[in-house]
Design a protein around this ligand. Structure first.
Ligand SMILES: [Fe+2]
Length: 287
C-alpha cells in the first residue's frame, strides 16, 4: 500500500510503498500530484526504474523539456539530463558540475516554464550534493500587505544567464548564439497563479529575473533583490540529502531551488549522478 508522510522538515513529503517501474495508475497518479501540490517537495523512496520507465513516469506529469543546452541532454534520452560530477561521460568541469548552484526555478527563462522537476538519485556522495528548496507560497504569505499590494500586478523580465555570477551566486554556462535565439527575454508575473490549484505564490525572484517590466533598471533590480532576500530565510528552506534510489521532485511553480556546490569526484563516495526530468504544461490527470 502506498503511504505518504510529511517530512520532518518545514515542508515536503515522502512516498513509501510505490513501485514506479511497475507503472502508476490514474488514481495513484492523481494522489501523487495532490501530495506534491500540497507539500511542494515529494521524495519517492526505493525506486529501481531504468531510463524508459522513469521517462514514462515523467510524462505523467507533463511534457518533458529537452534542455536548451543540447550538449547536456542524455545520450539516447534527449528529454532527460544527467546531473552531477561523474566523469562517466566526459562532463567533469566546474561550470557544468555546478550549473544549478544558484537560486532559480527551472525554465523561468522560457515563456512556457517548467511545472515540475524530478531527480532520480543514481550515485550519491557521502558528503555534499544536497539540493535546497524554498517554499514560495509560504514566502508569499509571509510578505506584509503593503508589499503584496505593490507587487500584485508586476511582471519580472527573465533572460537565461542575465544574473550569472551576481549576488554571490555560482555562474551558469553561457549559451551559444543558436541556443540563445531559442530563449529570448520573457516576462512572468512576480506573483504567479498555480495552473492546477489556483494558489498564488512568489515566482522566479532569483536566477534569471533581471528587472521589472516598465521600471527603471536599478529600481527593478533592487525590488527583485529585496524579494529574494525575503525568500532565502531558513524558515522557508528545506535541504534535501539524497539517498540512492529516491526520486525527489518539486513543484517548480511554487518553489525556488539551488544545488550545493560540489567538487570533482575523487574516489569512492565522492561521485554524484542524478537523472533529471523537467516537464511543462498541465498533467494529463488534470486535463
Ligand atoms: Fe534547476
Amino acid at each position: 500500500m502506498m503511504e505518504i508522510k510529511p517530512l520532518d522538515a518545514p515542508f515536503g513529503c515522502a512516498v513509501y510503498g510505490l513501485d514506479v517501474a511497475a507503472g502508476v495508475d490514474a488514481a495513484t497518479c492523481k494522489a501523487l500530484h495532490e501530495a506534491l501540490y500540497q507539500h511542494r517537495v515529494m521524495v519517492i523512496k526505493d525506486q529501481t526504474c531504468d531510463e524508459a520507465a522513469y521517462l514514462t513516469f515523467g510524462r505523467q506529469w507533463g511534457a518533458p523539456i529537452p534542455h536548451v543546452i543540447d550538449s547536456s541532454r542524455m545520450a539516447g534520452f534527449p528529454d532527460m539530463m544527467e546531473v552531477g560530477n561523474t566523469t562517466l561521460r566526459g562532463k567533469d568541469d566546474d561550470l557544468k558540475r555546478n550549473s544549478a548552484a544558484f537560486w532559480h526555478t527551472d525554465q523561468a527563462y522560457d515563456a512556457d516554464p517548467a511545472t515540475a522537476t524530478m531527480l532520480f538519485a543514481r550515485i550519491i556522495p557521502d558528503v555534499g550534493g544536497e539540493t535546497r528548496v524554498i517554499d514560495m507560497k509560504a514566502a508569499y504569505d509571509g510578505l506584509d500587505e503593503v508589499m503584496k499590494q505593490r507587487i500584485d500586478t508586476l511582471n519580472a523580465m527573465h533572460l537565461y544567464g542575465a544574473t550569472s555570477g551576481k549576488d554571490g551566486e555560482a555562474p551558469t554556462a553561457a549559451l551559444t548564439d543558436a541556443q540563445a535565439k531559442e530563449v529570448p527575454p520573457t516576462l512572468h508575473p512576480l506573483v504567479r497563479t498555480h495552473t492546477v490549484t489556483g494558489e498564488r505564490a512568489l515566482y522566479g525572484v532569483a536566477g534569471t529575473a533581471f528587472g521589472i517590466e516598465g521600471w527603471d533598471a536599478a529600481e527593478g533590480e533592487a525590488l527583485i533583490a529585496e524579494l529574494k532576500a525575503h525568500c532565502v530565510q531558513d524558515k522557508y528552506i528545506y535541504e534535501h540529502k539524497y539517498k540512492v534510489g529516491e526520486i525527489a521532485m518539486w513543484d517548480t511553480q511554487m518553489t525556488l531551488h539551488s544545488a550545493k556546490h560540489i567538487g570533482a569526484p575523487n574516489g569512492p563516495g565522492t561521485e554524484r549522478l542524478l537523472w533529471r526530468i523537467s516537464v511543462r504544461g498541465k498533467p494529463a490527470v488534470f486535463q
